[in-house]
Design a protein around this ligand. Structure first.
Ligand SMILES: Cc1ncc(COP(=O)(O)O)c(C=O)c1O
Length: 332
């Protein structure tokens, strides 16, 4: 496929693009590196975040396949389920969200509140995080048996189509950087289900850039992330019929910022959330971007990211999580 072919693929418009590329002058001064932020928290759909880009391609595919209900899964405060529910509604489809856990204390807040307002059918699988895909499949089987046409979206929308969306997001960033004559030394992103990381890496290769992609895992162990990223880049390469060869050194995943567990805040993430708000008036979230910014700050302090370097931080959203974990955020 040529670049033109890729841009001509079916796409259901959901995101407000391009998202801004902002300078963070006060944080930059504090850290001694120039930090720019790619504002994918501002993609617009139902409070924004990275999933809106992926869903443009996934929903278009669902519509082409004449599906009538989207089925996906995640944690109980999944941003992905909230955004998928909104995308489904915008496309006139039904939606089922499959949770691998139950709401703690039965409270309906944050993303879960938004899921309810969007009228998503919510299923609690009480499964292990790694069994979620099977639970999503079971819901699809049940819907098919009832005469419905489900479209299965794996956790996080991390498929070749999701990666393709982030390949093009990287191209969007590259155009902004070129226009402003900025040559970054590194990008820092959150690595969850790995589609965003893999897509950006695919974009770096496809568009012949040479910018290291530092992923901060917030859930899976590093080796699992590496395997997922390798697989997703390979699938994306096959889909766009373009060699996207990866060296081991291209896959950089930092495992030391996840803390006790997925969705459990760390003191460093808490501190990063307050620092960004008070220096730049920008909110980060406790589950994803707070931990990732804690990673960026530590990588600067450890000189992995050199003084005076230029670093692009991808803000991938997740703000409703702030309202789900107020005690964690406040350190109570
Ligand atoms: C706010 C936020 N940032 C980052 C990610 C991670 O993206 P990915 O699942 O593509 O690795 C997610 C995934 O749910 C998210 O909700």
């Amino acid at each position: 496929m040529t670049e033109m072919d890729i841009h001509a693929l079916p796409r259901f418009p959901l995101a407000t693009l391009p998202t801004p590329l902002d300078e963070l002058p006060r944080l930059s001064q504090t850290l001694g590196v120039r930090v720019l932020m790619k504002r994918d928290d501002l993609t617009g759909l139902a409070l924004g975040g990275n999933k809106a880009r992926k869903l443009e391609f996934l929903v278009a595919d669902a519509l082409q396949k004449k599906a009538d209900v989207l089925v996906t899964g995640g944690g109980v405060q999944s941003n992905h389920i909230r955004t998928t529910a909104a995308a489904a509604r915008k496309a006139g489809l039904d939606v089922v969200g499959v949770f691998f856990s139950s709401p703690s204390g039965g409270e309906i807040n944050g993303n879960l509140l938004l899921d309810e307002i969007l009228g998503a059918r919510l299923v609690y699988a009480n499964a292990n995080i790694n069994d979620t895909e099977r639970a999503i499949q079971a819901v699809c089987d049940e819907l098919r048996a009832a005469g419905r046409k489900p479209y299965l979206i794996p956790v996080g929308g991390s498929t070749k189509l999701g990666c393709l969306a982030y390949m093009l997001a990287f191209q969007e960033l590259q155009e902004q950087l070129r226009a402003q004559k900025i040559q970054p030394d590194a990008m820092v992103i959150t690595t969850g289900s790995c589609g965003t990381h893999a897509g950006i890496l695919a974009g770096v290769k496809f568009f012949h850039a040479d910018i290291p992609v530092h992923g901060v895992t917030v859930s899976r162990p590093v080796e699992e992330c590496r395997a997922r990223i390798t697989r997703l880049v390979k699938e994306t390469a096959q889909f766009v019929e373009h060699a996207l060869p990866l060296d081991d050194a291209d896959i950089i995943v930092h495992g030391e910022y996840v803390g006790e567990a997925y969705a459990k805040i760390t003191p460093a993430a808490r501190s990063a959330i307050f620092q960004l708000a008070q220096l730049e008036g920008i909110f980060l979230d406790p589950v994803y971007t707070g931990k990732t910014m804690a990673g960026l700050i530590d990588l600067v302090q450890r000189r992995v990211l050199k003084q005076n370097a230029t670093v692009v931080f991808w803000h991938t959203g997740g703000i409703p999580g702030l309202f789900a974990f107020p005690d964690d955020v406040l350190g109570k």
